[in-house]
Design a protein around this ligand. Structure first.
Ligand code: FES
Ligand SMILES: [Fe+2]
Length: 364
């Protein structure tokens, strides 16, 4: 009797949505999460110790003391250095061993150093570069509205059980919203035909939806009580930014998620929602209160997404592989995969100002 699974993936070539783009920046933590204590994070299975030096600058080193393998994150910060909690070796932000308590001879020898990751702290996030001991080839993403005081920012971090690709696609996928988030965004009832323009650059792809009326769910009503037409753009920016932008009359919302792959199939999501509301909403209800109303709703949506991604990933495990059938209304998923694969191969195309454009129709 054959023991082959009855529904083995039809392709003999294993399919995986896991992508490893290492020559780029990922969010290690929110700035507010990095205090005096070192922080242990994991990037694509690699343990990294992130610490804030006395000067305030963050630094990041491999979370393994070269002396006896103890995690450096269990140590403490001493001035500009990270001190191992076992025998007190001290490492600077570049990973160089600068002190070995009790040693009479020379301290600074190459084999005693620890690999270090470049860091940046920008707009409320601490970023690490994916390759240790490397000079970064580019700079991290910047929030365009972070310092604009007309906008309120709400942040949230949580883990998703899915690959970076699956998590990014989920964040930017329109067709699931009427089903998975029934009643919160869109209703699965009367649909309208709209135009979608997909624009591709060498490091990003975006989809703009034309002619979409205000979503009828609770979120739409809070954001634009008077209704109106929506400007809606979803975009992915290499290697890890998924962004949804809505403009409804005077209301403007940019929800940015930075996705950090903890492993191939576990992704930490750092969300920052920047919003400005119409006068009619904010006159009666302070923006802070609206933020307090929106946050539980947004968390509910995220919880539904997390649940779907977890089930998707567990099913991939049960079937021993991934398989995909896409149609043209899966607007960004295949494009994101193409960008990730190019970047993974080190084959990013040269920059150009004008995007490639394609137009499709869909019912929403
Ligand atoms: S294990 Fe770190 S100093 Fe000994
Ligand atoms: Fe969703």
């Amino acid at each position: 009797m054959s023991l082959e699974p009855r529904f083995a993936p039809p392709s003999t070539k294993p399919v995986s949505s896991a992508a490893r783009v290492l020559d780029d920046w990922y969010v290690a933590c929110e700035s507010k999460a990095l205090g005096k204590e070192p922080l242990a994070i994991t990037f694509l299975g690699t343990p990294i110790a992130v610490f804030r030096r006395a000067s305030g600058e963050p630094a990041a080193v491999l979370d393994r003391c070269p002396h006896r393998n103890v995690p450096l994150s269990m140590g403490r910060v001493r001035g500009e250095r990270l001190e191992c909690g076992y025998h007190g070796w001290q490492f600077d932000g570049a990973g160089r061993c600068q002190a070995i308590p009790g040693l009479c001879g020379e301290v600074d020898k190459a084999g005693r150093n620890v690999p270090a990751f470049a860091t940046r702290e920008l707009d409320g996030w601490v970023w690490v570069y994916g390759t240790p001991d490397a000079d970064p080839e580019r700079e991290p993403y910047r929030h365009p509205l972070h310092d604009d005081d007309r906008y309120t920012t709400v942040t949230q971090a949580l883990d998703m059980e899915g690959s970076l690709h699956a998590t990014a696609e989920n964040a930017l996928d329109v067709p699931h919203t009427a089903f998975l988030h029934r009643g919160l965004f869109r209703q699965d009832g009367d649909r309208q035909q709209i135009d979608v323009e997909v624009r591709r650059w060498q490091d990003r792809v975006e989809a703009e939806y034309f002619g979409e009326s205000r979503p009828e769910g609770v979120l739409g009503k809070v954001l634009a009580p008077q209704g109106g037409e929506v400007r809606h753009v979803d975009r992915f920016i290499l290697p890890c930014i998924a962004q949804v932008e809505y403009q409804l009359g005077e209301a403007h919302v940019i929800a940015t998620t930075a996705l950090t792959p903890i492993t191939d199939y576990r992704t930490r999501l750092f969300g920052a929602v920047e919003f400005r509301l119409p006068v009619v909403s904010s006159r009666f209800v302070p923006t802070k209160t609206i933020g307090n109303v929106l946050k539980p709703l947004a968390l509910k949506v995220l919880g539904q997404d997390a649940d779907a991604l977890r089930k998707q990933t567990r099913n991939v495990e049960r079937f021993g592989g991934e398989q995909y059938v896409s149609t043209e209304i899966d607007v960004l998923g295949p494009e994101i995969m193409r960008l990730l694969r190019q970047a993974e191969r080190g084959a990013r195309r040269p920059p150009r100002d004008e995007p490639e454009r394609k137009r499709i129709q869909m019912l929403v």
